[in-house]
Ligand binder design. Sequence first.
Ligand code: BES
Ligand code: MN
Ligand code: ZN
Length: 494
Amino acid sequence: MQYFVTANTPSTHRTDCVITAIFEQGELSPSAMLINEQSNGYIKQIIERGDITGKTGQTLLLQDVEGVTSPRILLVGCGQQDGTTENDFNTAIIAMTKVLNESGADDATSCLSEIKVADRTTEWKTRQTVITAESTLYKYTQTKSNVKPAQQPLTKLGFFSEDSSSELATQTGQAIAEGMSLARELSNLPGNICTPTYLAEQAIELGERFERLTTTILDEAEMEELGMDSLLSVSRGSRQPAKLITMNYQGAGDERPVVLVGKGLTFDAGGISLKPSQGMDEMKYDMCGSASVFGTISAIAELNLPINVIGVVPSSENMPDGDANKPGDIVTSMAGKTIEILNTDAEGRLILCDALTYSERFNPAIVIDIATLTGAIIVALGRQATGLFSNDQGLADALLQAGNDSHDRTWQLPLWDDFQPQLDSNFADIANIGGKEAGSVTAACFLARFTEKFTWAHLDIAGTAWNSGKAKGATGRPVPLLVQYLLNRIADKS
Ligand code: BES
Ligand code: MN
Ligand code: ZN
């Protein structure tokens, strides 16, 4: 979809559809008021009839309203005037997008950025409209036969605004939305298509799309050279060879980079500690961390941001094979620490520890790993918040802030030394599980042992990266959070 900004008003601009907000108790937004005046009180009259009350997400499409230049007016309910929340706004945009896409309108122009949404700026509302509209239109079709193209796809969405930041807001929103779609698409693909080799190919393609982006792939022999025995012990149980993907985006000369490390388990069967079969298909989503790295890199490259970012993706399957890791096996990580593998299903940390050690070579300013690491984080935080852990409170605060700014939120959990004894092993330097208490914390504590040399944060996205049940599908989170973090970092620098 294309986005544009016009300084015209709804009364002078010709568009297939003008979108305007109304509130509960029949209150009108400024543009709805204007249209009401032009049409001699028609909008008020409609509301009085009771066909729309202003409840969040209600819509009513009006045709040929007298006195108005555009052929359609879409009324969208936005809840209580002065009480519209970010969630209400998203609900309204989703409803708006669905109605528009099923109407005959080919271009539409929104007045919704004028309403008050918590303490958000016009720029935020415009960007959010683009992101939410694109997310609503996203449809997975790659492995379905006979998909008909949508009936009447909306091609252009505009914004009435005199605000100079609106144009940039649409561009930023579009880049984030495209990054999210890329992440969702890679994540939704099944494990038999989206293998480590497939991810590596996608990374190479991404590298070819952008001048400033260079992709390199390490194969198993090269990883062995580096001593990544922990990572390789996981992929030994699978017929698919592991890959270590590096995507280097150079947008700011020789500044130290932000390194994003994404867990890329293209299927996690649990290995010899086999998972129960119920819902096991969802373990194709165990590469959502890596997908968010792809999505974030694509967004920042699209926006040509002045920052250096390196995406590192360790990618493997976790399968039960005759040569797979066995409970009790001990492996030596690239950092030299020995690990007792007490549960082969705690494989994410086994591949991440070597990728984190590998990150040291980039002399990073910051390292952030993104991983569907623990089922326990879903118990703790549900599907709303991404779990955040960090060895630096400044970085944790920056990520919490970016979460609030983008409304793709995180919540911090402790990384205290107090938990470290849970990882003690009688036979190795460290065990790969910490018992049933505080599972997400001990997983983070495991990673912390491999990140002492740099400023690091860990995002556990097991609850936020995809939806289960009827609406099963990847969400594209935390691409908005990560892009926001990088945008804030650039703003703080200047
Ligand atoms: N990929 C899973 C985490 C996961 C589980 C994400 C369920 C989403 C839903 C991870 O590799 C794993 O299996 N973790 C184990 C750790 C345990 C063995 C200590 C878990 O969470 O059960
Ligand atoms: Mn696992
Ligand atoms: Zn896993």
